[in-house]
Write a protein that binds this ligand. Structure first.
Ligand code: PFF
Length: 457
């Protein structure tokens, strides 16, 4: 007989684990960056609308599928919809593997930056030489080593299971994240650029929002909330039957959005407080997080010696609580579908993903042609290609499958039963029509834009 399915210790346990999955590099780096590129205010509003009409309903749909089936994505679709629907689950596993492969590499950089900052804080700050970051990216042993550290940490937590691993780890990491982020925002807000930053972020000028920004907000809603690949299906399968799905989803969405907004407030204030920063922003992506910020911490910010290493703990923990959810997507499939023990599933899956990570790690200048081949124009190298595939195609396609499944195929009765209501209420009707029409229409628009050459990664 199959062992009883593990459950979170409490709703709080689920919320922290799922918020841990959602809060990650997407919040700390990508959201501030794309908000900057889209000129602030109006983009923030479009993003908030996307979170409300797409993010929240799809988050609820994923949790609902998982809890209803008590299984991870592939077998859950199979059980609730039949074999054909399991393709949505498989796509999710493919997305999870793809994202995890390159996310581990970037996450590993936080370990290097943390170490660097510790040294600077205890000695004195010496600005790295020009080209230092490029040389670091092209350093094969270092890239693989740092990725390995992150892969082992992720596997260790997933190996320990739901209560004793993921729930326990996120219960420690999330409060630390919140404290460090608040400290960062509090310090940033003492800088001169504060008023300009707040006005740029929260005064909407729709004439300054590029057309692409609308769909960029839709695409980012998926990535930031960890939607479209079944992560929330898996986490939802461990929620107790008595918990409110709306309540759980709403908490996660609110926490993730607050993290993104606070990160943007901190970044915008820092950028606008240092005149030459604004020029450095254009064209620089990850460089902002790993090169410019440490420099600013030490040269321009009060308490920089504490803030700098603390900031990279924030980045590292945020990334780790995301990688464990991706790891759980793949591991739980092997447990549910193949009947493997958790230790066996974790070790084999982690090993498999690590092979992909090595390719991504070597594609930053260390090895040709991994670094320069261009499957997608303007996106050279394995890492950028994987990111493009996941953000532009895989997550939106997975999300489309999930919305159509719950909106049109699962049946209102099943959905209502799982949501704990006996007759359709107004919020239920709004939710189901978001899933039936609004979300699919937005996702199809995104996919069409990608098909004609737009890039949202
Ligand atoms: N939500 C994470 C972020 O914002 O960085 C990325 C992510 C994690 C996407 C887990 C998907 C996922 F399943």
């Amino acid at each position: 007989m199959a062992a009883a399915r593990a459950h979170w210790g409490s709703r709080f346990g689920f919320v922290l684990a799922a918020a841990g999955s959602a809060v990650g590099l997407g919040n700390l780096w990508k959201f501030p960056y794309i908000t900057w590129e889209n000129n602030g205010g109006a983009f923030v509003i479009v993003y908030l609308v996307a979170i409300l009409v797409l993010g929240l309903p799809i988050m609820m749909a994923e949790i609902l599928i998982g809890r209803r089936a008590q299984l991870s994505a592939v077998p859950a679709f199979e059980k609730l919809g039949g074999k054909g629907w399991s393709i949505v689950g498989w796509l999710g596993v493919a997305s999870g593997t793809t994202i995890l492969s390159y996310y581990m590499v970037i996450a590993g950089w936080s370990v290097r930056s943390f170490y660097q900052c510790l040294v600077w804080s205890f000695t004195s700050y010496t600005p790295p030489a020009e080209g230092d970051f490029g040389a670091f990216l092209a350093n094969a042993p270092l890239q693989i080593g740092l990725t390995a550290i992150f892969s082992v940490a992720t596997a260790f937590i997933v190996y320990r299971g739901i209560g004793g691993g993921i729930e326990k780890a996120t219960k420690i990491m999330m409060p630390v994240l919140i404290i460090i982020l608040l400290y960062l925002v509090g310090t940033a807000l003492t800088l001169d650029g504060r008023d300009e930053a707040l006005s740029m972020l929260f005064t909407p000028h729709f004439d300054q929002l590029p057309a692409k920004g609308y769909l960029e907000a839709v695409g980012h809603a998926f990535f930031t909330l960890s939607l479209g690949l079944g992560a929330m299906i898996v986490y939802g399968s461990y929620i107790g039957k008595k918990e409110s799905i709306f309540g759980a989803a709403a908490w996660v969405v609110v926490l993730d959005t607050l993290f993104a907004l606070f990160a943007a407030i901190a970044m915008f204030t820092i950028i606008l407080s240092v005149p030459e920063m604004q020029d450095r922003m254009s064209g620089s992506t990850m460089g902002m997080l790993f090169i410019t910020l440490p420099d600013l911490f030490y040269t321009n910010m009060p308490g920089g010696r504490i803030l700098a290493p603390a900031f990279f703990i924030l980045v590292g923990f945020a990334a780790l609580s995301s990688t464990i959810s991706l790891g759980e997507v793949i591991t739980s499939l092997m447990i549910d579908k193949k009947g493997w023990s958790r230790p066996k599933a974790t070790i084999i899956c982690a090993g498999g993903v690590f092979v992909g990570s090595i390719l991504a790690a070597l594609s930053l200048g260390a090895v040709e042609p991994l670094s320069s081949f261009e499957l997608i124009e303007g996106k050279p190298g394995v890492l950028a290609t994987l990111d493009h595939m996941a953000a532009n195609w895989m997550l939106p396609l997975g999300g489309l499958g999930i919305t159509i499944f719950v909106g049109w195929f699962l049946g209102r009765k099943n959905a209502m039963e799982e949501l704990g209501i006996t007759k359709p209420s107004l919020p239920f009707t709004i939710w189901i029509w978001c899933l039936r029409i609004v979300a699919p229409a937005a996702i199809i628009a995104l996919l069409v834009a990608v098909a004609i050459g737009k890039d949202f990664s």
